[in-house]
Design a protein around this ligand. Structure first.
Ligand SMILES: NC(=O)c1ccc[n+]([C@@H]2O[C@H](COP(=O)([O-])OP(=O)(O)OC[C@H]3O[C@@H](n4cnc5c(N)ncnc54)[C@H](O)[C@@H]3O)[C@@H](O)[C@H]2O)c1
Length: 354
């Protein structure tokens, strides 16, 4: 997979400081990102919020005391006051927004997936490289302290050569979404894409070569006929021999559950904990712990970490902490998983990387 177009060029200019950021998309995760950017990053100002839905940007801007709310995206591109954007719009709008932001000279943080086709991934990477802006993708798990520690153990050789890896995402239940409003293949493009990135990042010396996926509608079997999928297991084979398993389900009734594991020739490390704190309550009813119902709670420190890294990369002129090339690899795995489900067989990554 090509990484040569990536925006890690030392030619990326340093951004003005304080860094003024515009949020694009004031929905669920955009609102959480906005609060972090507005209140928790020294030297960074949330200066503008854009959302096409009337009132959405204005409501969030009022809450966070952001000076400008707009329903015109041109305001973002045309404002010299804005140095960087955080894109938290729906998945299929991401590539065009990345390209437009890069053309306007803004550093870009884009939520996953950066694109849903490899041609679009290449377009986004090329636009950022051409403009000399930082392009960072929202694989926040890399910044969760336990996952970062696991990666440092892998890098130090403490685990030896990775042989088995695992990553799982179980969204908190009860499942309340309307399946007719969930775009097809969301479980791969938006959920498991985190796990695909985590598994590649925890096996840094290797390339994924083959993907085999099973998927079903076990949470909402009634919606299966319309293409809804809410449960999946994906195996990824790497060129260093390691075998990885990614797993997802949309309804963990006990809370939001994100975990990872690397087993190698010299040991194992695990990361992630369904407990939201390490408080354990002992009562007449037994023993209990608290869990999170939101990713923005469970992974709070990870979201903060990714924006600190983004602001710092913009300030010093790159490189990107999570480059577009990583998003392209994770996307290639997602596309191979989809092909595997459609065709009921293992898929070589070269089959989708054309
Ligand atoms: N990294 C993570 O942990 C994480 C968590 C949740 C969501 N996400 C990703 O963030 C993105 C948004 O998810 P969400 O749950 O906040 O969705 P959402 O539907 O709650 O919010 C999307 C917002 O974008 C606005 N919007 C629609 N079209 C737009 C456009 N063309 N330009 C700008 N804004 C537009 C909508 O009006 C809405 O306010 C998705 O790609 C999702 O996969 C990432």
């Amino acid at each position: 997979m090509s990484t040569d177009l990536d925006n890690t060029s030392p030619a990326t200019p340093t951004a003005p400081w304080p860094l003024r950021v515009a949020l694009i998309g004031a929905g669920r995760i955009g609102s959480s990102h906005a609060e972090i950017v507005a209140n928790r990053l020294p030297g960074v100002e949330l200066a503008m919020i854009y959302d096409p839905i009337d009132g959405a940007a204005a409501r969030l801007a009022a809450e966070l005391r952001v000076p400008v709310a707009t329903t015109s995206i041109e305001d973002v591109w045309n404002s010299p006051e804005i140095h960087a954007v955080v894109i938290a719009a729906p998945a299929r709008s991401h590539t065009d927004l990345v390209v437009a932001a890069a053309k306007a000279g803004k550093h870009v943080f884009v939520e996953k997936p950066m694109a849903v086709t490899l041609a679009d991934a290449d377009r986004a990477i090329a636009a950022a490289a051409e403009a000399g802006v930082v392009l960072q993708v929202g694989f926040n798990r890399r910044f969760a302290p336990a996952f970062a520690a696991a990666r440092s153990y892998v890098d130090a050789g403490t685990i030896g050569t990775p042989q088995l890896l695992r990553s799982l995402t179980r969204d908190p239940g009860p499942f309340k979404a309307d399946p007719t409003r969930i775009p097809q293949w969301t479980i791969f493009f938006e959920t498991l894409i985190h796990d695909f990135d985590t598994l590649c990042w925890l096996n840094p010396e290797a390339k994924p070569v083959r993907v085999t996926a099973l998927a079903d509608a076990l949470v909402r079997p009634d919606a299966k006929a319309m293409g809804h999928l809410d449960t999946s297991v994906v195996t990824i084979e790497f060129d260093n021999g390691a075998i990885a398993v990614a797993e997802a389900n949309f309804c963990a009734l006990y809370g939001y559950d994100v975990r990872g594991e690397v087993f190698g020739s010299a040991g194992m490390c695990t990361a992630g904990d369904v407990r939201s704190t390490n408080m354990t309550a002992y009562t007449a009813a037994g023993i209990s712990v608290e869990t999170s119902r939101l990713d923005s709670d469970l992974l709070r420190s990870a979201y903060l970490g990714e924006f600190e890294a983004f602001a710092n990369a913009a300030r010093i002129g790159g490189p990107s902490p999570v480059p577009g090339s990583a998003a392209r690899v994770a996307l290639a795995i997602a596309l191979a998983a989809i092909k595997s489900v459609e065709e009921g067989r293992g898929v070589e990554l070269v089959e989708v990387d054309r």
